[in-house]
Write a protein that binds this ligand. Structure first.
Ligand code: G4P
Length: 531
């Protein structure tokens, strides 16, 4: 066993998913506050400023109030080293969320208690399920009138298809919110509306066995309701089973109010106990153990021009095993090169801290001179392991890109290629021509706006996008056996190629796909391409 086992085992790396406005940012801020990473004490105004500093990089995010990029935050709490991966809240960026989840060992799902399961929660949850990681639920905004607790749990179970196990249980909501009942310790932790921006205030714990005190504290009616609900709950709810949690089949549920700091620390403590330390990860050589194996990592995200002050490209690496030392030589497996990683750093939104060492579970950002691709593996020079690729989502919207000023051809090609390498968009060319005609495909239409905005702001290139009617894309799997020029499809089918020259077909509807397969015996089409 290595001497850094302890460091690795105390790491907890997770992503937070939620529908916009459910309280993800507020909850993250409170976590950081407990961890002492940033200090927001007593400053409500400071919160808005801090919020932009923490997760909003791009103007477009501020304008629209949605987070389109993601950041990584690290803090210490209760002996654990916690890495939070922020994910974009908007469904148009679910591919980005998927990649971020590839780097996480568990996920926290934040739900607004008065809204229940919302559209984006549903979509992002599905992405979580694909990764089969443990999911922890925090039902937020209990200080506002909330839906019935049993109904909320029912909704999660039915809509998301995961069993729930409440770890605590709310007493009232809105003006009548009195705290949460801790099911394990069988006591009520009372809510006292602690001041905004401060650490959790002193809470009173009342043993529910002491009915007299309970009634005195929360009133007879609330006490009767609680006792009745406890009885119902103990009889009907799924028993806590850490194995099921670890398999992503059961979600522990907590209640609280991030804004008023109630239930957040309780959640954090339990979460850190239940959430897994870095897990073994699948590679071509089999499972790579985080503590037994020397340094290895994979690229899960590439981002250029995150900050105008640093016009560069950063590759985000998730360390999967061992210890990273800034001085050591590593191998970039896909590029077949041994090198030192340049400027390894911890990326906290706008802030960057140069790192000297990091461990499995950590995320590091390294300067990328344009050599890394999403899914690439970095390991020790003597090794050549390759982690499982990250699948590319099939774009569902397509547009032809017209450049307004033809004199800026070079900037245009550079800009669009760089943005495509980041994985936010995919670009295609007409099958028989060169770069003159570029077709761009995206998973969510908002990516078109981001593309236009970034080309204008970062590359000084104006473009016009003409929407195309295609909705389905298929890679030709057996391209060497097929006469692509001679393919006969439907009249609305389009032949294009990707940046690596691979042939693809675009279709307006599913019927055309079937027809094309019928007409070209032996043709094999694939919906996904692994990097
Ligand atoms: P998001 O990142 O998931 O999009 O949500 P965010 O934390 O930005 O929260 C959205 C709004 O909900 C914010 O209000 C925030 O203050 C509020 N909020 C978050 N948690 C709670 C809670 O536990 N109780 C209540 N009552 N409100 C909560 P806002 O008015 O949009 O922003 P601000 O003016 O407060 O900054």
């Amino acid at each position: 066993m290595s001497n850094y086992t302890e460091e690795i085992n105390r790491r907890r790396t997770f992503a937070i998913i939620s529908h916009p406005d459910a309280g993800k940012t507020t909850l993250t801020e409170k976590f950081l506050l407990y961890g002492g990473a940033i200090n927001l004490a007593g400053s409500v105004k400071g919160k808005a400023t801090a919020r932009h500093a923490v997760s909003d990089w791009m103007e477009i995010e501020k304008e629209r109030g949605i987070s389109v990029t993601s950041s990584v935050l690290q803090f210490e709490y209760g002996g654990c080293c916690v890495n939070i991966l922020d994910t974009p809240g908007h469904q148009d960026f679910s591919e980005d969320t998927y990649r971020t989840l590839m780097a996480a060992d568990s996920a926290v799902m934040v739900i607004d208690a008065s809204k229940g399961v919302e559209a984006q929660t549903r979509k992002l949850f599905k992405v979580c399920v694909m990764r089969r990681i443990p999911i922890f639920t925090f039902i937020n905004k209990m200080d506002r009138d909330a839906n019935d607790t049993f109904d909320l749990l029912d909704e999660i179970e039915k809509e998301l298809g995961i069993a729930t196990c409440p770890i605590n249980w709310p007493v009232g909501s809105g003006k009548g919110f009195q705290g949460v009942y801790d099911r394990e310790k069988k006591c009520l932790i009372s809510y006292s509306g602690t001041e905004k921006g401060t650490r959790e205030g002193s809470t009173t714990r009342i043993d529910v066995g002491d009915e007299g005190r309970l009634r005195e504290k929360i009133g007879g009616e609330a006490a009767d309701k609680l006792l009745e609900e406890i009885e119902l709950l103990d009889g009907a709810s799924t028993e806590f089973d850490l194995e099921l949690v670890r398999r992503g089949e059961l979600t522990p549920v907590f209640f609280g109010s991030a804004l008023t700091n109630f239930g957040v620390e309780i959640f954090l403590k339990h979460f850190l106990e239940m959430a897994p330390a870095p897990l073994p990860r699948k590679a071509d050589l089999g499972l790579i153990d985080p503590t037994e194996h020397e340094f290895s990592a994979f690229v899960f995200k590439i981002q250029a021009n995150m900050n105008k002050a640093h016009r560069d490209r950063i590759a985000f690496l998730r360390i999967c095993s061992g210890r990273f030392d800034a001085q050591m030589e590593v191998r970039h497996v896909q590029g077949n090169k041994v090198m030192r990683l340049t400027q390894p750093q911890q990326i906290m939104a706008d802030e960057r801290k140069i790192l000297t060492e990091a461990y499995a579970g950590d995320i590091i950002g390294v300067f990328d001179p344009g050599i890394f691709s999403i899914g690439d593996t970095i390991c020790m020079p003597k090794e050549k392991i390759q982690y499982e690729g990250i699948p590319t989502f099939a774009p569902e919207h397509f547009a032809r890109v017209r450049q307004m000023d033809t004199m800026k051809r070079k900037q245009f090609v550079k800009g669009i290629e760089q943005i495509a390498q980041e994985g936010a968009i995919q670009i295609f060319q007409e099958y028989n021509t060169g770069m003159e005609e570029i077709i761009v495909g995206v998973v969510g239409v908002l990516q078109f706006d981001v593309l236009k905005y970034r080309l204008e702001n970062e590359y000084n290139v104006e473009i016009r996008l003409e929407n195309l009617p295609y909705e389905h894309i298929r890679w030709i799997e057996n391209k060497d056996e097929v006469d692509i020029a001679g393919l006969t499809g439907t009249s609305d089918m389009k032949k294009v190629k990707d940046m690596k020259g691979n042939p693809l077909l675009l279709f307006v509807n599913a019927w055309s796909i079937g027809m094309t397969l019928d007409r070209n015996k032996g043709l094999v089409l694939a919906e996904f391409r692994r990097n």
